[in-house]
Ligand binder design. Structure first.
Ligand SMILES: C[S@@+](CC[C@H](N)C(=O)[O-])C[C@H]1O[C@@H](n2cnc3c(N)ncnc32)[C@H](O)[C@@H]1O
Length: 203
């Protein structure tokens, strides 16, 4: 049985098992293998680099999912056929935004599961300025580090968001709020307006 850490488990919880799934920047392909073990029928595991794809291939064979997981070398979504659930996780917010911009199959039915390691505030602003919205956001922590995982849909309606929403999004996880508060404290030394965004208590 494949065991995932909390970050990958939360990502997996947003994925629909009957969907055409793509994991962009799959690295070891542990997530696609887990999804197959739990009923997914069709998963693309893609990466821009050859070494991660080698590690992915080894895991796909080890767990016996070569018939359900297709490995594709691709820079972002450039060589990926249309999918229903797209996972882009474990990368910086800027890179995730850039990969989304290159998606050729954005439509109302496609769900994006995004997990930025950095610059989540930049990613949230980018999403709303491009007609996406965050349907749901959940927190996760691994080795004392807090992360956010976003379920993102396309609406076509471009919107500006507040600074507060850019920093916290829809995440109400205490561990994530503590992390963002810490970031705002640091940034607030150069920009006092950011200090006012710090959350004193759970909303
Ligand atoms: C830190 S790993 C994250 C692995 C996994 N997604 C996770 O969340 O645990 C980042 C992976 O993204 C891949 N990557 C970086 N830039 C990429 C791009 N433009 N397109 C596809 N994969 C990319 C790297 O090769 C690496 O395997």
């Amino acid at each position: 049985m494949i065991r995932l850490d909390e970050r990958l488990s939360v990502i997996a919880s947003f994925v629909r098992k009957d969907a055409r799934i793509c994991d962009v920047g799959t690295d070891h392909a542990l997530l696609p293998c887990y999804l197959c073990e739990n009923g997914a029928r069709e998963v693309i595991a893609s990466d821009v680099n050859e070494n991660p794809l080698k590690a992915a291939r080894a895991n796909v064979e080890k767990y016996g999912f070569a018939d359900r997981i297709r490995l594709i070398r691709s820079d972002g979504l450039s060589d990926i056929p249309p999918c229903d659930d797209v996972i882009i996780a474990g990368m910086g917010g800027e890179l995730i935004a850039q990969i989304l911009d290159g998606c050729k199959f954005i439509s109302h039915g496609v769900r994006f599961i995004l997990q930025p390691m950095t610059k989540a505030e930049l990613l949230r602003r980018h999403l709303y300025s491009r007609g996406f919205e965050i349907a749901e956001e959940k927190g996760a922590a691994v080795s004392g580090k807090a992360y956010t995982v976003m379920l993102v849909l396309y609406t076509g309606e471009k919107r500006e968001i507040t600074d507060e929403f850019a920093y916290f999004g829809k995440n109400t996880d205490e561990r994530y709020i503590t992390k963002v508060n810490g970031q705002l404290e640091k940034l607030g030394k150069g920009d006092p307006a950011l200090l006012r965004l710090i959350r004193k208590e759970q909303p």
